[in-house]
Design a protein around this ligand. Sequence first.
Ligand code: AKB
Length: 312
Amino acid sequence: MATKVLVIGACGQIGTELTMRLREIYGGEQVIASDIREGSEEIMASGPFESLDAMNKSQIEDVCLHYQVNEVYLMAAMLSATGEKFPKKAWSLNMDSLMHVLDLAKEGKIDKLFWPSSIAVFGPTTPKHDTPQHTIMEPTTVYGISKQTGERWCEYYHQKYGVDVRSMRYPGLISWKTLPGGGTTDYAIDIFHKAVAGENYNCFLSENTELPMMYMEDAVRATVEIMRAPSEEIIERSSYNLSGMSFTPQDIANEINKHVPDFSISYEPDFRQQIADSWPSSIDDAPARKDWNWKHEYGLDQMVTEMLSHLK
Ligand code: AKB
């Protein structure tokens, strides 16, 4: 059967680039973009678009039946920083949307499901450096709690009902096409917009806050690769650790300075500092590398060069 894909949250930071990549692979008509709001011109013009609320199961089901969808990528979520402002909303959006698609898969209406988890599943009691796949997980943000709970549900639905759900714990994702919204790692994108505008960047994290990050190109490739891997290679049915690079605000500012010598950064940590401090500084993703051959390509210097050249 031909692959027919539904991307929920197709107009967000990851959804936009993922949808375009899936349309390159499977053809524009085979990939249905959906979101509560319309997206970029390229998303709207390159294939079908459906206005859809990720919290409404019957809307998702109708679109799946109408287009005979067999794979769903659920990219809609409320991220860490916004989640702390609206805890109940974050919980409802992040959990209800996942349960809806897991249930559709359990009912045999979808064959395969991708759902992103995050490094936010870890917390202050987790080993901070080279955080292993299986370790202490005591998240302290609503977003992290929802992602950890989601992971448990994914594994449960796989074990109990044979649902083919695949997931990875995204680090902070850096991209130039679509702005992120409401994350703690967003500083690593904001900084480029200030640098190309010739302005100082006042960072909301302190200079030595090291966090795991990844260039969007690598994240989209990882997502496509895990979904195309043979089912028996996917051993972790909760979510895979995934690693690209790790850096501090000072590291990225120094790298930008190599291209933009006048660029300057100042530091004014806010409530997001506490969130960042609760997360790992680097991730060990050995199981992803072993099970489905994951390899990252972008390091800090290449990522900075690419970001600046696109944003200029
Ligand atoms: C966030 O900062 O909330 C996200 C994430 C790490 O999942 N980018």
